[in-house]
Design a protein around this ligand. Structure first.
Ligand SMILES: Cc1ncc(COP(=O)(O)O)c(C=O)c1O
Length: 371
């Protein structure tokens, strides 16, 4: 039986003025809407107690399992308002499927796709006023004004016990946060530090699951990169430190002189991004051959230096597509092309944004209308 997410309205939601003040410049992940979706799973009864409730803190026993053993997973997707006022999600079925894969890996219960989608639909309906106006205008001006409602579904071990075993009680929740344009001052290529000291994940580990520990283990590498003056870290494989994997929160692509759009193959250690998958499909529309294979770090850096690799970019829900202007390992800097945003990178980015904001046709049926 599917779950119902009935609304228990917030007794004191923010006023229209308070909300408007936040939506002027929402930033990313700092403001939250008035409600959240919740459901609880127990090993005896399965999923129950689903509802949309006032946004607010959880009360957690100090022995709550997630605080000790990190049994938790999450997702990230956005709701986009189109020019006619309607509200849409981009491939939310893919997030539901990934959440199920993550759940299996982390010994958490799966939430059916229809329940995952129902929780999001109900939350957006309750907090529709928090979905910012999408984009206005065209071209670069519209890109820098693009806003959305970021959705963060997550699930954690909420049984109070000390002992290493799967939790018999699990809490599901989805919160929503209005998000401003990721690149408020326009799209600028980022500088990447390649870490061969720290790994994000290893064979048989949890790299393909969206679980907090992967991100916790990336923080020190990210801090070291920032200290050296870089924006983000690129991780290599844990066995040979030889193969390109991904950034801390984005997948990676490169464009070659023979018109291939190449991304590291899914090896079980990389997160399967929804944006990554969408770009594989879009490649042919741009006259490029999509290729998933192993890419060695030396191949990448030598290709950049020779000009054979003409563009490198990162991709993910938050920033869509981020051009990479420079990569550095301990041995030197490697500037990609002229160091600015490449043609393919710009065109793919524009295509994805146009689709998401309803400015382009949706031949793949990727958009799902909520309101
Ligand atoms: C480690 C990692 N890789 C890749 C991605 C990109 O995934 P998506 O395109 O589904 O946002 C994300 C973001 O969710 C991520 O956290």
């Amino acid at each position: 039986m599917s779950l119902a997410f009935d609304l228990r309205p917030h007794p004191h939601p923010r006023t229209a003025e308070e909300r408007a003040a936040i939506l002027v410049d929402p930033g990313f992940g700092v403001h939250f809407t008035d409600h959240m979706a919740v459901a609880t799973w127990t090993s005896t009864d399965g999923w129950a107690d689903s509802a949309i409730v006032p946004y607010g803190p959880f009360t957690l026993d100090p022995a709550t399992a997630v605080l000790h053993y990190a049994q938790e997973i999450f997702e990230g997707l956005k709701a986009y308002r189109h020019a006619d006022g309607s509200v849409w999600l981009f491939r939310p079925d893919q997030n539901a499927a990934r959440m199920s894969r993550s759940a299996r890996r982390m010994a958490l219960p799966e939430l059916a796709e229809e329940d995952f989608l129902a929780s999001i639909d109900a939350l957006i309906s309750a907090d529709e006023a928090w979905v910012p106006a999408g984009a206005s205008g065209t071209g670069a001006a519209s890109e820098s004004s693009e806003q959305s409602l970021y959705l963060r579904p997550f699930m954690f071990a909420s049984e109070s016990f000390l002992g290493v075993r799967a939790s018999r009680r699990v809490t599901y929740c989805c919160i929503a946060s209005p998000a401003g344009p990721y690149f408020a001052s326009g799209v600028h290529p980022v500088r990447i530090w390649v870490s061969t000291t720290y790994n994000r994940s290893g064979p048989g580990g949890t790299g393909a699951a969206k679980t907090g520990g992967n991100y916790a283990s990336s923080l020190l590498a990210q801090a070291e990169a920032a200290e050296k003056g870089f924006d983000q870290v690129m991780f290599t494989d844990a066995v040979e430190q030889r193969w390109v994997e991904e950034l801390g929160g984005m997948n990676v692509y490169l464009v070659t002189a023979d018109h291939e759009l190449v991304t590291p193959a899914l090896s079980g250690t990389i997160l399967e991004g929804v944006t990554r998958d969408s770009i594989l499909t879009l490649a042919r529309e741009f006259g490029l051959t999509p290729v998933e294979r192993q890419i060695s770090l030396s191949e990448l850096l030598e290709g950049i230096d020779s000009g054979f690799v003409s563009e490198v970019f990162a991709c993910g829900t938050a920033a869509v597509i981020t051009p990479i202007g420079l990569l550095a390992d301990g041995e030197g800097d490697h500037k990609v092309g002229a160091g600015d945003t490449g043609e393919v990178t710009s065109a793919l980015r524009k295509n994805l944004l146009d689709l998401q904001y309803g400015r382009a046709a949706d031949p793949h049926g990727w958009m799902r209308r909520v309101l």
